[in-house]
Design a protein around this ligand. Structure first.
Ligand code: 13P
Length: 253
């Protein structure tokens, strides 16, 4: 099944007021590619201004707390993201799994909190270089997925999985097309096993050093339904060719 591609930018800890011009440039240019869903996950403090600057364009957060409210200094709830104008959020990014010691169980709770509140959720999984070299990338990522997937989808397909090999993030290194195809097929099979027909409708994004120069090839791989883009999403000049590649690719309609 060909799914509409989603190309989401993850700005990580980049972006000040002055960069809202870049958000606007990306949102404006994205209107030329209605066959692709485009989104930007900006730092939390920029969400409200970004959402106001580009009505109708999908602005997201990069994390969400699993509880609705409470004594959680520094954290942000799903209701707060929505209130600020976000329509989606990333959960379980490897940088948070590592630096914030987020477990699969926490990521699962975050995904459930986001979906329950009505956010679209991009749930990240991915193996380390040591695991890849040991030949156990697929089983490791599937185990991560088993621990992180929400208990149910409630008949909706607002969940996307982002396969982001840790060793490919910000390094310029990308797995072979064969390895990406193998992983995405394994993730797809697991999603269908877990969620039946709904699992076939969930988008599986690839992330890790996606650039204008490799986007075409990546989007041509079966079960690659979009991309989660870090560094190359900060400037419209780098990001839009990636969106364009997704629009040209075989899966889009
Ligand atoms: P890069 O595109 O900079 O490698 O980052 C990928 C990523 O971590 C997106 O979430």
């Amino acid at each position: 099944m060909a799914l509409k591609k989603l190309v989401a930018g993850n700005w990580k800890m980049h972006g000040l007021s002055a960069d809202l011009a870049e958000v606007k440039a990306i949102a404006d240019a994205s209107r030329n590619f209605p066959a692709v869903d485009v989104a930007l996950c900006v730092p939390a403090i920029l969400i409200e201004r970004a959402a106001r600057a580009v009505p109708g364009f999908a602005i997201g957060g990069q994390d969400v707390h699993h509880q609705e409210q409470g004594a959680h200094t520094g954290n942000i709830s799903a209701a707060m993201l929505l209130d600020a104008g976000a329509v989606l959020t990333i959960v379980g990014h490897s940088e948070r799994r590592d630096a914030q010691r987020e477990s699969d169980a926490e990521v699962k709770a975050k995904a459930e909190a986001g979906l329950t509140a009505g956010l679209q959720v991009i749930l990240c999984v991915g193996e380390s270089l040591a695991v890849r070299e040991a030949g156990s990338a697929v089983e490791t990522v599937l185990a991560q997925l088993d621990g992180s997937l929400p208990g149910s989808l409630g008949g909706k397909t607002e969940l996307a999985i982002a396969y982001e090999p840790i060793w490919a993030i910000g390094t310029g290194r990308v797995p072979t097309s064969r390895d990406i195809a193998e992983m995405h097929a394994a993730i797809r099979a697991r999603l269908v096993e877990r969620f039946g027909e709904d699992g076939a409708g969930l988008r599986i994004l690839y992330g890790g050093s996606v650039k204008p120069s490799n986007a075409n090839e990546i989007f041509g791989i079966p079960n690659v339904d979009g991309a989660l883009v870090g560094g190359a999403s900060l400037k419209a000049a780098d990001f839009m060719p990636i969106v364009e590649a997704a629009a040209d690719g075989p899966g889009s309609f």
